[in-house]
Ligand binder design. Sequence first.
Ligand code: 13P
Ligand code: ZN
Length: 271
Amino acid sequence: MNPKSILEGRPALARCVMEVAEVAGYLWQKGWAERNGGNITVNISEYVDEDIRQKKAIAPARPIGLKLEALRGQYFYCKGTGKRMRDLARNPMGNGSVIRVLEDGESYEIIADEAVMPTSELPSHLLVHNWFLESGSPYRVSLHTHPIELVAMSHHKPFLQKDVLSQLLWSMIPETKAFCPRGLGVVPYQLPGSNLLAQATLEELGDYDVVLWEKHGVFAVDKDILNAFDQIDVLTKSAQIYIAARNMGYEPEGMSQAQMQEMSQAFNLPK
Ligand code: 13P
Ligand code: ZN
């Protein structure tokens, strides 16, 4: 760790950033993070002390492109744009940075450790963080990645109808509904990094914790980064089981409606 790192002497913040690094390593190992693919942001405001509040910007303030009133004075760890997850896994503060949203609610400045520009998907991430605070949600992380099987499934229009994929993936193995109980929403294709993609993502997150960006990837939200990763991981496991069955030449039977209901009751899940 850089001796002047913002993580120095702040064990809770360091733990939080190290969890991001841990997940970045998993994303690379899974084959979901080619080159700079994917991004992570975490609202770290709960770890911010007076010294951090006094820190000067290390790069000129930049516009977010959206006005996000609830984010005034909030702090985020963000993966850097163009940075690789496999590098972030070893060195999270060299491949990401801490930003502060300014009092105007429409611009931000980088305060640590280095002037690493945040991810190009910042509009989606910050719009969603703004909504967490407005709605009193305990969620503090968002994770975007490119899981092979789920992206492949998003190239087939019948899978994009409402809740077709949720039902299919839940029925492949009982744990998927247990650990991704709100299912998988779908966002029709939009330009990466655009405000339109951000807006469409926010709308779907009212009903889902994980949304599929058509022909691009997934975007997941949760209280912490390991839980967000786990939700994508269980969905991907189901997609792999489905594809393995199809590769053996048959349509998998899937759990029956009665089995799904019994499971939902036993695990106290929404219907
Ligand atoms: P960044 O390198 O800007 O985070 O972009 C990666 C990506 O997956 C865009 O959708
Ligand atoms: Zn992407």
